[in-house]
Each structure stands twice: as C-alpha cells, then as structure tokens.
Design a protein around this ligand. Structure first.
Ligand code: SD4
Length: 325
C-alpha cells in the first residue's frame, strides 16, 4: 500500500475518532501534488489498480506521464501470477513466451516490440526503441538482440504454472484463436501528468497458445494504443485481430477530436468492431479513453470488462465498463 493510501486511511480513522484531523491542512497540501487536477491514470482490468499506484507515485512527484506509464505497466509485467503479460505469460502453441508492447509519448514519438522473448519488461525495451533508434517497431530475434545490447537481462519467462497449462493444452492441442470474456489480461494504461501531457503504454503476452509469430493489436500503434496530446489517448484489450481491423485506438482519438465524449467514442469503436466482425458474439474487445480535459471512459462488447481509474478526486477505483451485448 502506498504512503498516500496509508496517509489517507489514517486521516479518515483519526477524523472519525477525534473530529477534524489536525493534519487536515497537510492533507490539503497532499492534494496540492495535483494543483491543476490534471493527474489522471486509467488502465485495463483489476491489475490496473497496482499499476495505477506505481504510476501515481511518479505523477505525484511531478513526474512526466511517459515515466508514469512505463513504471505502471512494469508491475503486471513482472507479476508471475499474471498469465497474459510479461513474466508468467502463457506461451505460444510451441511453448515460447513471446511478448508484445508499445509506448507513446506526448510528442507523438512511439516505440514498440513484437514477439520479444526472454525479457521480463518489454515495455522498457519498447521505450528504448523509441528513444535509441530511428525506428518504431522491432520484432523477434532483432528485438531481443537490441534489448541485450541495451543491457536487458535474459529471463526464463515460462513459469511452472504456465508450463503446466501449456502441457494440459497440448493433450488436445485445439487451436482456439479467440479471446472471450474469460480469457484476457493485457494491460493498457493512459496517464495525464500535472502539465496536462498524455502518454500511453500497452503490454501483453497475447493470445494463449497462439501460432508462432502471431502478433495482436497491443504493439500496433493506432490499434492497441494511440495518443495525440492535443486530443487524448486510447488503448484496448481483447481480440487483437478485431481491434487491428478497425484501427481501434486511433479511431477513438479521432472521434474525440470530432467532439465525442470518451465513453461515446469507445462505444462507437465497439460498434465498428461489431459491424465488421460476424463472430463478435464469441469474442471480447474493450476500449479505454482519456481526453485532454481529463475526462475518461470505457466500453466493451460484452459484460465483464473493468478498468482502474485514479485521480485526485476518485482515488483509485475499479469501474465496470458498459457493454453492447
Ligand atoms: C492480443 N489484445 O494479443 C491482446 C490480448 C489481450 O487481454 O488483450 N488480452 O490480441
């Protein structure tokens, strides 16, 4: 639990016992860390709560949104119990854990890796692609070579429990390339800092037991993530193929440019997916958006998509997204 959480918990306790908290003014001062009220973080699924906490520590210390999004998503990446991101992610059908990630900053710079193996925090490699190369996307072996050149250490990403799940899957080896409502966990995280600048990050191990070489939406700028600092940002989770086909995150930012509210824009993108995807009843897609004015929203095809929102006003809460069917 962060110092801020502890502090607030203690404040509430003291106030309920003794009336006005003597440190009420310092509580107010605590809130000054967000004097413009612009610090906002939104991220996918339950694990967004811990990711938001880590990202908030950056923002409250005056950090830039690009640092906050990286630090935030590294938390589920490094969690061996999270089977859809980073360490502990489910392997492809040949037993290789291959990771996809991208990051985008307020200037529109971006970096991405796809099919990266043996590196626990692909988001940090994506950031290095952005800052240390003239390119946007590195894949597979080349991405790993680059990561090692940059000093990233090789790690075995296949945990015992993911290996067990893969062995179990091998008994039937049924290829089911569908992400439905039970089968998900990618983290997409958008943050706005005190200067009002927006960045985003998205990271995943993708579809469990996917074909070797399959890449989803998460490392594709415009699909799994898009940021235009004049307008806002969007990110996605769910069936990557369906999201790529409509360039989902870019679509949402463009709809916000036209005046859509964040939730309306996410809903319109879901409707676009449904229109283009005959199989939409069997797959899940969820979108999140953060607009320049700090407003946020989410929407999914099916019930079951939730997201974590953290602002000075809301603290850190889980919200069930509205859904279409
Ligand atoms: C993909 N969108 O690889 C990712 C998977 C995902 O929650 O979001 N899982 O298609």
């Amino acid at each position: 639990m962060s110092n801020r959480r502890n502090f607030l918990k203690k404040s509430v306790l003291f106030t309920s016992i003794f009336g006005m908290a003597p440190w009420a003014s310092s509580l107010a001062k605590e809130n000054i860390y967000s004097p413009t009220g612009k610090a906002t973080i939104i991220s996918t699924w339950n694990h967004g709560i811990q990711a938001n906490e880590a990202a908030w520590e950056k923002l409250r210390n005056g950090g830039a949104s690009i640092d906050a999004v990286e630090v935030g998503v590294r938390v589920p990446e490094s969690d061996p119990n999270n089977t859809s991101v980073g360490l502990g992610g489910m392997p492809d059908r040949d037993g290789h854990v291959t990771l996809d990630a991208c990051i985008m900053d307020p200037t529109g710079n971006c970096g991405s890796v796809a099919g990266l193996e043996h590196v626990e925090n692909p988001i940090s490699v994506a950031r290095k692609v952005m800052t240390e190369t003239p390119h946007v996307l590195l894949v597979g072996e080349g991405a790993l070579m680059f990561a090692e050149e940059q000093g990233f250490k090789r790690t075995n990403l296949l945990t015992e429990s993911s290996k067990k799940a893969w062995k179990e899957w091998q008994k039937k080896s049924e290829y089911k390339p569908i992400i439905n409502i039970e089968n998900h966990d990618t983290i997409g995280l958008l943050a706005q800092d005190e200067n009002g600048d927006i960045s985003g990050a998205c990271t995943t191990s993708g579809l469990a037991f996917k074909m070797r070489g399959r890449v989803g939406d998460s490392p594709i700028i415009g699909a799994g993530l898009f940021v235009d600092n004049e307008i806002g940002g969007a990110t996605s989770t769910g069936m990557g193929e369906a999201i790529i086909k409509v360039a989902g995150s870019h679509l949402i930012v463009e709809l916000m440019r036209q005046g859509y509210e964040p939730e309306e824009a996410c809903k319109a993108a879901v409707e676009r997916v449904i229109k283009k995807e005959p199989n939409y009843r069997n797959l899940q897609v969820g979108f999140l958006a953060l607009r320049k004015d700090g407003s946020t929203g989410g929407y999914a095809i099916h019930k079951g998509f939730n997201y974590a929102l953290m602002t000075s006003a809301t603290s850190n809460i889980l919200i069930d997204a509205k859904f279409k069917v």
